[in-house]
Write a new protein. Sequence first.
Lengths: 269, 269
Amino acid sequence: MRKVQKHDRISVITNILTNNPNKIFTLTHFCNIFDCAKSTISEDLDVVKDIFAQYDLGNIETISGAAGGVYYNPLMTKEQIREFTNELCEMINHSERIIPGGYIYTNDLLYSPTISKNIGRALASLFKDVEVDYIITVETKGIPIALMTAMILNKPMVVVRNQSKLTDGTVIHMNYITGSNHRIKTMCLSTKAIKKGSKVLFIDDFMKAGGTAKGIIDLMQEFEAEMVGIGVLMATKNPEKKVVEDFKTLLWLDTVDENNKVVDIYNVE
Amino acid sequence: MRKVQKHDRISVITNILTNNPNKIFTLTHFCNIFDCAKSTISEDLDVVKDIFAQYDLGNIETISGAAGGVYYNPLMTKEQIREFTNELCEMINHSERIIPGGYIYTNDLLYSPTISKNIGRALASLFKDVEVDYIITVETKGIPIALMTAMILNKPMVVVRNQSKLTDGTVIHMNYITGSNHRIKTMCLSTKAIKKGSKVLFIDDFMKAGGTAKGIIDLMQEFEAEMVGIGVLMATKNPEKKVVEDFKTLLWLDTVDENNKVVDIYNVE
């Protein structure tokens, strides 16, 4: 077997960090792979860190001390988010996406792993300073972007269901009122899903009046958990007043003009 | 700005390929990033390819010719799949996972981005020689592993629903019979979801008699699409005879002994 070269270490370290966003690796982890000294790995990490910074690939963060290590935070810059959400607007603004009733067909975008991963990366970037234990969402369409956000933040995802299934075991079952048309709907979540005292970030594909987000806030009280953020792909301009106070959205949907086949959607500056 | 070094190219190329499994990049793509000659990138790719092979990180494949390029296929080796599914068995085989009725609580595993990504990688590896246009699944619990399989294979995912929603637009709605207890259930899929003549791979978390998989096969006929593979995380030993012929599973579930609190689960050799 050939001698381990610096290129080898740079490439393997890059692969491992890229594949495991926000997971902390000790220097020893890499020392064991290459059978080399910590000082060598430390130098390599400095090189990788500089390269990632220079090419806007996200941040390599080092934690010093005995419990120290290194992790990769694939943050998007504001410019990268703007560029990506511009592309999303272009993809969404097509007349054939308009569904009778003023809705928009977005399944293909939400279910594309490439697009949902970038949405997750953008949403994770919006909440980079928030401490979170779980990413929570409601079935079904929000699951891919919630999972991708969870993957980027390296946190477990929790899915609230509209009806409980046998395999959920014991569940907490709550009725809530939708924000826009005041219908009664149901939320169910396994009692095993969230530990007491946790902080949760709610991620969903769409927000109109915010009734679902409000429902999750109420449901979290039953788990003695706290909602620390709400992030959605798309929020409607109307109603302007939502039933929740703070939320972040990547896109604003103004009007869907069924007659003239125009979707008025724009990204957040 | 400092001069571009070989380390820079190796690290950036590794990051881009790792972040975009099975996406083909032209050499020109990388030439533009570094403002260098194709021959330089070609040499770099050979280096990365050798490193990935040596450290079992998956395959770097090059396509020669005018339409040529390079892509990363993060295949797991048989040994890696065995090791990972062994870990899964250990995680699942806990008495507190047993739900009355002989079911097992696995939501936390399925909804963990790290675990579902590895499941997706293992499932994608089982179907590495199959040509696929879409990954298809049925809501809800199968979505994360289907999305991760789709991410690894770089294909869109399609989610069949139990009832249609406004935002699905026009749907095809089909009743089918569950394989184990012969109940009538419903499958709905937007007519926009799949192009005619496509090949689909069905991914789900659990298979008992295979009624859902059979339902998808029938549903695909309405889309003039062909099911080319069925992959599940876990299949039950009983009934031994499933209603579908060919499927692949990572785990076999033999018995769930509610009295003695033992789960008999094992991986495929």
